[in-house]
Write a protein that binds this ligand. Structure first.
Ligand code: MN
Length: 390
């Protein structure tokens, strides 16, 4: 497939870990977006689409929250998807029992490890927190689960304590440790440092769970894997608590087209999945949202439209069809003859050169007077200009 990768990327020596797991949390952290509540059917529909995209792990929810949540997760685990189904659990026996009752493959159990969380949320000391976590890990492992231990607010936690608690978790047989950048408070350089430091002390797989409070969730996630983390948490459309999480579509498309790392996802389904999540969350996708926004393959300026008609990759980094998007030429105050001519062909009209010039002028004027040039407005302009000339 024809697409553009910057030649500079080929010069840069970038090495990724061998196996990278994307675990999607649209159905858990995504559902914690203020105002969002999925029905069981919504969850199942999204889980099936995530599975079609070839996501290896899906975090389906937080079973202790309600009976309806439990039922929704059970329905997903019964579906027999290829993806492993995980769910969230506090470090409490009742939470792990709730997960077990849903027949999930694994859990992500979490504890705030920063002093601010320990003091103001848990009201316990570091040693007590560590003991509680180990008990939970032991209990979950004894019941045959895949167990990920997530240090909540890890990026604002004392590094020595973080090393100690992850190391202990490793000794208790945890399958993966998660660095949760709970308030999106780290930089790519900071993430690189943190993962590199932790890797000196741990053999266990490391995952990163990033938030987008400063717009750095995707770069922080990439920095994490470049430093050796082997799992990344994502959500469709980047939804999630506050500013949201690492956007699934931005991460996998950046990895594939900028870094040349193809993780084997069925990217053609991206647009469908994005629309489905938008529908079930009632959250509109911003027009300029990377990858899935309406404007990503729309061109209006005369210079751009002319070039794109000749060769789309002049002003597109990859072709829209690859992600199930469509290119659209928009007429407006910046439109030139070529764009208008292309649009006339699209609508099935033939005009003389004089008529074309007249239509171009009319399009510019109409837009500057405040009317958006949709297809109906354009056809009215054509009729008006042709009639005027007859
Ligand atoms: Mn989170």
């Amino acid at each position: 497939m024809k697409y553009f990768v910057s030649p500079y990327n080929k010069e840069a020596k970038i090495e990724f870990p061998k196996n990278i797991t994307i675990y999607d949390t649209t159905l858990r952290d995504g559902e914690q977006t203020p105002g969002v509540c999925f029905s069981g059917d919504n969850k199942l529909e999204i889980a099936i689409e995530l599975d079609k995209l070839k996501l290896p792990q899906i975090e389906a929810g937080f079973p202790i929250v309600s009976n309806q949540e439990k039922e929704a997760i059970k329905t997903i685990t019964k579906q027999g998807l290829n993806a492993q189904i995980l769910s969230l659990a506090r470090t409490k026996k009742e939470d792990i029992d709730a997960a077990l009752s849903c027949d999930v493959d694994g859990i992500i159990t979490f504890m705030g490890t920063s002093d601010i969380h320990l003091e103001h949320k848990m009201n316990i000391g570091r040693q007590e927190a560590l003991n509680i976590c180990m008990k939970a890990i032991e209990y979950a492992k004894d019941h045959g689960l895949f167990v990920a231990f997530s240090a909540e607010d890890a990026t604002r936690s004392d590094l020595d304590f973080l090393k100690r608690i992850y190391k202990k978790a490793e000794e208790y047989g945890v399958d993966r440790v998660h660095i949760a950048d709970t308030v999106g408070a780290i930089s790519p350089q900071g993430m690189n440092f943190l993962v590199t430091e932790l890797k000196k002390h741990l053999k266990t797989q490391i995952a990163v769970h990033c938030h987008d409070d400063f717009g750095l969730a995707v770069p922080n996630s990439i920095a994490g894997i470049l430093a050796g983390a082997t799992a990344v948490s994502t959500t469709v459309n980047g939804i999630g608590e506050r500013a949201g999480n690492t956007s699934l579509e931005e991460l996998i498309m950046s990895l594939k087209f900028i870094y040349g790392l193809d993780l084997g996802f069925k990217i053609k389904n991206i647009q469908n999945l994005s629309q489905l999540v938008s529908k079930h969350t009632s959250i509109d996708i911003p027009k300029n949202k990377a990858i899935v926004g309406d404007n990503v393959f729309r061109h209006e300026s005369g210079i751009h439209v002319d070039a794109v008609i000749e060769e789309p990759l002049t002003y597109e980094p990859y072709l829209p069809e690859l992600v199930g998007q469509r290119r659209k030429l928009i007429l407006g105050k910046h439109s030139g003859c070529r764009a208008v001519k292309a649009k006339l062909n699209e609508c099935g009209f033939k005009v003389t050169e004089d008529e074309l010039c007249h239509i171009v002028e009319e399009v510019k004027k109409t837009r500057e007077e405040g009317t958006y040039i949709n297809d109906k407005v354009f056809i009215d302009i054509i009729k008006h200009c042709k009639l005027a000339d007859i």
